[in-house]
Design a protein around this ligand. Structure first.
Ligand SMILES: [Fe+2]
Ligand SMILES: [Fe+2]
Length: 160
């Protein structure tokens, strides 16, 4: 087991994204009206970016190992339901009374997913992927996120 991990290790990067998501939900919990809408936009972008980068870089790497491949199906299903909720919320009118409740449902779904990734899944990954691989995947993860940013902005702006 490696003693120290640089910040570019994919697991550290994913954890940092998860902490950011938790903070955004905390802000959303206290927000109302326009402020809540702004929080939602940040949540929409952060979660879509994170989920897509995981799907492009992280889950395919997990598919390479029998021990980790078993977790992908459920994780992808959870991503799908989070994305469905994000799209439903994007389509809602500002001030819709269900909006705040839906953000909290989204938070619950996300917290469950984060908890699973960071416990069993990360533990298993640390057993089969070495430090070099985790570092390389970290670089790919960062690169993928910056490549996807414009697409996610466009997705947010597109209200169809
Ligand atoms: Fe995920
Ligand atoms: Fe994640």
């Amino acid at each position: 087991m490696a003693k120290s991990q640089a910040a570019t290790d994919i697991l550290s990067l994913i954890e940092a994204d998860h902490r950011q998501a938790e903070q955004l939900f905390e802000q959303a919990e206290k927000a109302k009206g326009k402020k809540l809408q702004d929080c939602f936009k940040q949540i929409y972008k952060a979660l879509n970016l994170h989920a897509q980068a995981e799907e492009v870089v992280f889950y395919p790497a997990m598919r390479e190992f029998e021990e980790t491949a078993q977790y992908i199906e459920e994780a992808e299903e959870e991503h799908t339901s989070v994305k469905v909720m994000l799209e439903q919320m994007k389509a809602m009118e500002p001030g819709d009374e269900d909006f705040a409740d839906m953000i909290m449902d989204l938070k619950d779904a996300m917290m469950h997913h984060i908890e699973e990734e960071e416990s069993e899944i990360f533990d298993t990954i640390r057993e089969c992927m070495d430090e070099d691989l985790l570092q390389n995947l970290g670089q790919e993860f960062q690169q993928t996120k910056s490549n996807l940013e414009a697409d996610i902005e466009a997705l947010l702006a597109n209200n169809s």
